[in-house]
Design a protein around this ligand. Structure first.
Ligand code: GLN
Length: 310
């Protein structure tokens, strides 16, 4: 029935925000990357953009934070455009059922990560970008600026350095994959791109805008340029749906019912193809490394508005 009526998204967001503010905030801020632990755990924001270019927001939606693994959607977009279906020889498209930084599957799957959103998969994607582009960092940042509509999107160098200083697992993953021949370039060069990617900062508003192309069949609504074909957009959304939350992808599908991607900075992006893109931020993470209140806000959003893809 909600489909037939136009949804008052501002009143939905106000309710979602109020509910979240009154929910006990469980979980912990990520601290395995020391610089991320400095964030104010009380931050709470949501920003939604419809395909009619209407904007709605509540809370700290205009404040920058570390988008972390959410940017893996952008690196995947660049690599998929560059290699097409050849990319899937290097990285899979299946959910892993393992944590984002897990090593276990890599050995028995011969160094081919299950999907591009696991750290291992995202490191392979960075390796592809190093092979494809003279300056992969510039390509990544250019795409962020173009899609977000803000030419000044930047990375936080202190976070990137903190990632490097605490990169024991990511180094292990990269070295292990290199031993199977699935990393072509120098490991330090590949990880440098990976840490850069993770250290991008955006507001909820910029994040919602950046991922609008996935709600618009691959077209950037600001420039009207095709970012990816509609078939590629469908495939990217499918990977978000199945792999965006690691070993909690089922839970997110079950509770929220949208393609989505989380980051350990406490952000989440979710897409309703042909309807909207929505970004949320709350830094405290559950045990699976996904924003505790962020997931709750998206669950209430799709419940109150009756607008999931299922
Ligand atoms: N930079 C983080 C890491 O490499 C990204 C993880 C995430 O956001 N899930 O561990």
């Amino acid at each position: 029935m909600a489909e037939l009526m136009s949804i008052n998204y501002q009143s939905v967001l106000d309710r979602v925000f109020e509910q979240a503010k009154n929910t006990e905030m469980l979980g912990e801020v990520a601290s395995y990357i020391p610089e991320l632990a400095h964030v104010d755990p009380q931050k709470l924001g949501i920003h939604l953009i419809t395909t009619n270019n209407e904007h709605f927001h509540a809370g700290d939606a205009g404040e920058k934070f570390s988008i972390q693994s959410i940017s893996k959607v952008l690196s995947l977009t660049l690599a998929f455009k560059a290699l097409g279906d050849r990319l899937w020889q290097r990285v899979g498209i299946e959910p892993s059922g393992t944590a984002f930084n897990s090593l276990v599957q890599l050995e028995y799957e011969q160094g081919i990560p299950r999907n591009p959103f696991l750290n291992a998969g995202a490191i392979v994607i960075c390796d592809v970008l190093v092979s494809q582009f003279d300056n992969p960092k510039d390509e990544i940042l250019r795409l962020c600026c173009e899609l977000s509509g803000n030419p000044e999107v930047s990375i936080n160098e202190t976070v990137a350095k903190s990632e490097l200083d605490s990169s024991f697992r990511n180094c292990s993953l990269a070295n292990f994959m290199k031993s199977f021949g699935n990393i072509e370039n120098d490991i330090a060069t590949v990880l440098d791109v990976y840490f850069y990617l993770c250290a991008i900062e955006m507001t909820c508003k910029e994040m919602a805008q950046t991922f609008m192309f996935l709600a618009e069949n691959g077209v950037n609504p600001l420039s009207k340029k095709t970012v990816v074909t509609s078939s590629e957009a469908k495939r990217l959304n499918a990977i978000l749906q199945l792999c965006g939350f690691y070993d909690e992808a089922g839970e997110f599908s079950f509770k929220v019912g949208l393609p989505g991607k989380s980051g350990v900075g406490g952000g989440i992006i979710a897409i309703h193809p042909q309807k909207y893109s929505v970004a949320v931020w709350s830094p405290k993470l559950n045990k699976k490394g996904n924003s505790y209140l962020g997931m709750k806000m998206l669950e209430s959003l799709t419940t109150i508005s009756q607008s999931s893809i299922f």
